[in-house]
Design a binder for this molecule. Structure first.
Ligand code: SF4
Length: 258
């Protein structure tokens, strides 16, 4: 890691140490690769230094073409396979038949159910029977994520949740990506700091909250897919750009996973 400046190298070494401790402490540790900018750092750390951790991702079926391209570039760069989990076909077919191909736009419950079928349920299959999963969340990403711990029990899925990048800033992430010449989603250069499904992600203006482009019609506290349950935090006002007829803001203690 000689290409990194001392402070960034120290951050990276701390994250590697945390990953190694997780492998030593828990069985079958996996990394749920969200394919965002933080994921490029974690894939590099894991496949370069802690390859015992299995890397997987979830293909919801609604990802951007640029995201699929990124999966291919990652696999080619490292010469390793990333396991891809998919939604259960019959469950998805039944939901689309009942709600329409874009039924997630009809309300918060519909959005959460779509996220559950396309993302949460495949994720649940991926982590079943494992001792820990690794995430790329950072304290600076959202009010909810600012309360995350390095290691915490994930009661929803029944395993430990390891977050080795909590102390990294967005700038640290990009300094690492550039210093090491890592691949990344080309949409980041078009104003997309956080990238999920194509119909539920939009570009944001410079300086805007980096997750404000995800489910932008909802209030900030509900903008999670269900993989990272929200913590109780102070209620906030409804967003000024909420469309007429948008669902009422959620109470922050409501469980995301239906
Ligand atoms: Fe469905 Fe949007 Fe959630 Fe993707 S992000 S699973 S399209 S609701």
């Amino acid at each position: 890691m000689s290409e990194l400046d001392p402070s960034l190298r120290a951050l990276a070494e701390g994250s590697i140490q945390q990953l190694r401790e997780a492998v030593a402490a828990y069985k079958n540790v996996c990394y749920a690769n969200s394919l965002g900018s933080e994921s490029m750092v974690l894939v590099d750390l894991i496949w370069s230094f802690v390859p015992e951790i299995q890397v997987f991702t979830v293909d919801t079926g609604r990802l951007f073409p640029e995201t699929y391209e990124l999966v291919d570039r990652l696999q080619q760069r490292y010469g390793r396979a990333m396991y891809v989990y998919y939604p259960e076909a019959r469950e998805l077919e039944a939901w689309v038949a009942a709600n329409g191909i874009n039924g997630f736009r009809d309300g918060l419950n519909e959005r959460l159910t779509c996220c559950h079928i396309r993302k949460v349920a495949p994720f649940r299959r991926a982590v079943a029977g494992r001792g820990a999963w690794v995430t790329g969340i950072r304290h600076g990403q959202s009010a909810s994520r600012s309360l995350a711990q390095r290691v915490e029990w994930d009661a929803e899925y029944g395993l430990q949740k390891i977050s080795p990048l909590l102390d990294w800033t967005e700038r640290d992430v990009w300094d690492y990506i550039r210093a090491k010449g890592l691949p990344y989603n080309s949409l980041h250069d078009a104003g997309y700091p956080s990238i999920g499904c194509a119909p539920c992600t939009r570009a944001v203006a410079p300086g805007e909250d980096e997750r404000s482009g995800r489910w932008w019609w909802e209030r900030a506290e509900s903008r999670e897919c269900g993989l990272h349950p929200r913590r109780r935090i102070a209620p906030a006002a409804a967003p000024a750009d909420a469309p007429a007829g948008a669902p009422e803001p959620l109470q922050t203690s409501v469980q995301l996973v239906p």
